[in-house]
Design a protein around this ligand. Structure first.
Ligand code: UGA
Length: 405
């Protein structure tokens, strides 16, 4: 079976390679020639653990192109392009354009929407284009995207055409994961309800962490462990941190909130989660302002970690970057180090090792949970450990002056 994939970004490139690994012939299309060239040369355009090896291994079953005509003979075509926010609302132009382009070369293809789109989008597209559209949201996490694609917790398939649903089910049968077969709207809603729920979970534990800081002998890590052992709660997404970032949670929560408002409903729990997330940054900045009241303009803050989480090079909507911007706006000097981020930031000093960054800074904020930060040797510096890395360090000689986030 030959499968088409349009959009070769973080999710599209992983999906293409994972489908090839499962034995399918895959033709991946993207308008960005540099991505196509890189993938054709066996070089993923992004960092994702295991992706390069799997790409090289399956090169015979993979073809990448900028030419939509390559899809003219393909029955099943995934759409995996971004759905960003514009003025607080979902921006669907990329999805719309891709579906129109597919229609031009292959109007009988079954279009499978993996991009995150609001409930009703697939139905609207079906009306507009007359094409068969199946909704098949993804639940992969950057950093473990290959495993999540090959062995997902569940596969959700929505549509109103039995034959098309059966074909999409067949694609994912190899995963042996439970399959939920439903309407397009339910499939679309499941994606937003899931991402928003996880965002709520993260903000929930971050707010409990604030409270634990005020109560003697209280440690949010222990509290989270105690909560997570309850099967109804589960231990995942209860890791205290700098708040959620990335290309998904921030935009999806915003789009979902505004979708509900347009229907005269309010998603007040999700709205609160978003505002708790914003306050995470303000909390760090005000701690540093309290600590360095008089020397603000010369105080150098070292931010360790710029990606939105570990095991990715992705800095989109990263809370660390928001922290950097906020610190600069308050007059602090900012140093930073990240092992993987490819980012250009004005007015900061980017170091090539954490040691250098630490040596040149008056205070340190650990913002991303890169494993290498567990072994840091920081002496006599004010440390805000937002990811609870150093508390995992058992070195009895390590003396941290300051505060654990
Ligand atoms: C998220 C979802 O987890 C995926 O299921 C979904 O497919 C994806 O969005 C998407 O919509 O495409 P991802 O953005 O890769 O995946 O990142 P997560 O691992 O979910 O982390 C999101 C943010 O929450 C990160 O900034 C992370 O550091 C933070 N987080 C996560 C915590 O602070 N604590 C936790 O316990 C978990």
């Amino acid at each position: 079976m030959k499968i088409g994939v349009v959009g070769l970004g973080y999710i599209g490139s992983v999906t293409s390679v994972a489908l090839a690994e499962a034995g399918y012939e895959v033709i991946g299309v993207d308008i960005d020639e540099s991505k196509v060239k890189a993938l054709s040369a066996g070089e993923p355009p992004i960092y994702e653990p295991g992706l390069k090896e799997m790409l090289v291994k399956n090169v015979k079953r993979l073809e990448f192109s900028v030419d939509y005509n390559k899809l003219s003979e393909v029955d099943l075509i995934f759409v995996i392009v971004p759905t960003p926010n514009k003025d607080g609302k979902i921006y669907l132009k990329y999805v719309d354009d891709v579906v129109e382009n597919i229609k031009k070369v292959n109007k009988n293809a079954i279009v499978i929407i993996k991009s995150t789109v609001l409930p009703g989008t697939a139905s609207n597209l079906m009306q507009k284009t007359g094409m068969i559209i199946v909704s098949n949201p993804e639940f992969t996490k950057e950093g473990s995207a290959i495993d999540d694609t090959l062995k997902p917790d569940r596969v959700v398939i929505g549509g109103n055409n039995k034959n098309a649903i059966e074909k999409v089910k067949k694609i994912w049968e190899f995963t042996k994961s439970p399959i939920i077969e439903t309407t397009n709207e339910n499939a679309e809603m499941i994606k937003y309800a899931s991402n928003s729920f996880l965002a709520v979970k993260v903000s929930y534990i971050n707010e409990i962490a604030n409270l634990c800081e005020k109560v003697p002998n209280c440690d949010v890590e222990v509290v989270a462990r105690g909560m997570g052992l309850d099967k109804r709660i589960a231990p995942y997404f209860l890791k205290v941190g700098i708040g959620f970032g990335g290309s998904c949670f921030p935009k999806d929560t915003m789009a979902f909130i505004s979708f509900a408002r347009d229907l005269n409903e309010s998603l007040s729990i999700i709205e609160s989660a978003v505002s708790v997330n914003k306050s995470r940054i303000l909390r760090i900045v005000s701690l540093l302002e309290d600590k360095f009241k008089d020397v603000e303009t010369t105080t150098k803050i070292g931010v360790l970690g710029l990606t939105f989480k570990a095991n990715t090079d992705d800095t989109r909507e990263s809370q660390s970057i928001k922290l950097v911007e906020s610190l600069l706006s308050k007059g602090f000097k900012v140093n930073a180090y990240d092992p993987m981020a490819k980012v250009k930031l004005d007015n900061i000093n980017l170091f090539s090792s954490s040691e250098e960054c630490i040596d040149n800074s008056d205070a340190i904020v650990i913002a991303t949970e890169w494993p290498e930060f567990k072994d840091l040797n920081i002496k006599n510096k004010f440390v805000i450990d937002m990811r609870r890395m150093l508390s995992l360090n058992s070195d009895p000689n390590l003396k941290i002056v300051g505060y654990y986030g």
